[in-house]
Ligand binder design. Structure first.
Ligand code: HEC
Length: 145
């Protein structure tokens, strides 16, 4: 019985490998992408860009089911919520709401997603990184208010 269940799982996991997922990196138009000081860009690129830009580095996990389904969904939803590659053409009201949320998600350790940090230790924000990002998001907010 246990053996049968095991074989069934192996077959299912094997079969799901062939389910295609759409991994896209739409071209980046530099005229509408975010450009800001290097210190901030470095942190954003390291900790946020895989899900919040068109410059996603698709890791090995994005090839393996069932993980690939989660990765693709996170990138799709992440870009929809906030895409730094289209930062300059975001609707102003949505942008302000996202900037405000960015501050709280960083403070509450909601972003970067914990499932992502399991595989991307380098994306973890240090206290110093958090300070720099929160200050930057606050400055952006005052720029648009
Ligand atoms: C592993 C992918 C991933 C990473 C890395 C990531 N995010 Fe997200 N983020 C998401 C997803 C998915 C959503 C959409 C959640 C939803 O729709 O409920 C999201 C939503 C957001 C939102 C909108 C939240 C809201 O309630 O409006 C903000 C702001 C945000 N992320 C900021 C960041 C910042 C800042 C970083 C880097 C420090 C970051 N994220 C890193 C996946 C990610």
């Amino acid at each position: 019985m246990v053996k049968r269940v095991f074989y069934a799982i192996v077959v299912i996991v094997f079969a799901t490998q062939f389910i295609p997922v759409k991994k896209t990196n739409p071209p980046v138009d530099e005229t509408i992408a975010l450009h800001t000081d290097e210190k901030v860009m470095k942190i954003l690129k390291r900790s946020c860009y895989d899900c919040h830009s068109n410059e996603t580095h698709w890791s090995i996990y994005s090839d393996i089911a069932p993980l690939k389904f989660g990765v693709v969904a996170h990138v799709k939803d992440g870009r929809k919520a906030l895409n730094f590659s289209e930062y300059e053409i975001m609707d102003l009201e949505i942008k302000k709401a996202r900037l405000r949320r960015a501050i709280s998600t960083i403070k509450l350790n909601i972003m970067p997603l914990s499932s992502y940090l399991l595989f991307h230790n380098e994306a973890k924000l240090s206290d110093e990184d958090k300070k720099i990002l929160i200050e930057w998001f606050r400055n952006e907010l005052t720029r648009y208010n």
